[in-house]
Design a protein around this ligand. Structure first.
Ligand code: TXA
Ligand code: MG
Length: 348
């Protein structure tokens, strides 16, 4: 299939969204920008179209999708009911990088929710995503637009690398501003539960919800056979081709460790994933992922940096540890998955 790339710059070019909107209505796939990462969209009410998402990504059939809406009125037909806590979350954080899970209605095809009786819904803040949903006239199911297992795409070039020839359209609106996926919170049963950290920090959710349970999969690797509340959290994710290890400690301890490593093993294929000002002090080539004091910049840069490491042929990567506060928790969660949870704590 020929994939057409459509470039959007400003609302004067929104008419270019009519062709992908028509394709979506006809059951085809289109990649769309959102404020978090690029999504691979299909008509959420069309099971055959949704099936194509799983095929294009190579996504495991048991991993449910997020349904994207462009107006609060579209929520009602997707879920059994919208409880007061969900309404409060929507008022505080929508449109924005938050996904809310509720009991699903009978209208949502089974493959959207991978057989679960719940559905994840998000109202994205990106104007191009909203405009595409509006013109398509239906809610859009959309996972991140990467091949399963690869880092999520934060620029259209990343989507082209993974999806060219497999989908009808890629809508290019430049780099995503948040850079990590939405926060996923379940209100489907009992106490609200954070299933995936993302663009909205847990501290922000707590101000609206009061109590919030944090799913263990946020911090740790699930053990063999352990059930995942959010099926996506059990897969190896965001992984570059290189073997990644996160080093916890100061910048000086990091430099010393990497120096000792190349003294013993050679520097071939060894890279550092570090903070902005550090690349020139390293004994190996470095790719930076934002400023040490600025978790937002790390979120924005992380996936692009992981892909750059692949492009530069990295085989062995040592990464600096991010802080876990605010959106930093999402950065930590994604980097730990990219490293298959391999961390070395450095002595001072
Ligand atoms: O920011 C985002 O959320 C992006 C953009 C495109 O909106 N989308 C995204 O989708 O990250 P995806 O499919 O890569 O991640 C969706 C996550 C997965 O971990 C999935 O298991 C979980 O949400 N999920 C979806 N529906 C669920 C449900 N009914 N119950 C539990 N987890 C669910
Ligand atoms: Mg994904």
């Amino acid at each position: 299939m020929e994939t057409k790339v459509i470039r959007i710059n400003g609302s004067q070019s929104y008419d270019r969204l009519d062709a992908p909107a028509r394709a979506l209505r006809a059951g085809e796939l289109a990649a769309m920008p959102t404020e978090t990462v690029y999504g691979l969209a299909a008509n959420a009410m069309d099971a055959a179209a949704v099936e194509k998402i799983f095929a294009a990504k190579g996504r495991p059939q048991d991993n449910p999708l997020i349904v994207h809406i462009c107006a609060l009125e579209q929520w009602g037909m997707l879920v059994k009911a919208v409880p007061p806590q969900a309404e409060r979350l929507a008022r505080a954080f929508w449109p924005g990088p938050l996904t809310v899970i509720l009991q699903k209605s009978g209208l949502v095809p089974d493959n959207v929710s991978a057989g679960l009786d719940t559905v994840a819904v998000r109202f994205p803040a990106h104007e191009v995503a909203q405009e595409l949903i509006r013109r398509a006239g239906v809610p859009l199911a959309a996972p991140s637009a990467n091949t399963s297992g690869r880092p999520s795409p934060t620029r259209a070039e990343h989507v082209v690398a993974d999806m060219n020839g497999k989908i009808a359209y890629i809508i290019d609106a430049g780099a995503c501003s948040v850079g990590v996926e939405s926060t996923v919170v379940s209100l489907a049963a009992g106490t609200p539960r954070l299933l995936r950290p993302g663009g909205i920090a847990p501290e922000q959710l707590e101000t609206v919800l009061g109590r919030l349970e944090i799913d263990p999969a946020v911090y740790e690797q699930l053990r063999e056979g352990q059930k995942a509340a959010s099926p996506g959290m059990k897969y190896r994710h965001y992984a570059p081709l290189a073997h990644v290890t996160v080093l916890e400690g100061t910048a000086d301890a990091f430099f010393a460790y990497v120096q000792a490593y190349i003294d013993a093993h050679g520097a071939q294929g060894v890279y550092a994933l570090c903070f902005d000002t550090e690349t020139e002090h390293l004994p190996v080539p470095g790719v930076s992922y934002g400023a040490e004091e600025d978790p937002g910049s790390q979120a924005q840069r992380l996936f692009d940096a992981l892909r750059e490491l692949d492009d530069r042929g990295a085989r062995r990567v040592f990464a600096r540890m991010p802080e876990k506060r605010g959106v930093g928790l999402a950065v930590y969660n994604r980097l730990m998955r990219a490293a298959s949870f391999e961390v070395i704590t450095l002595a001072e």
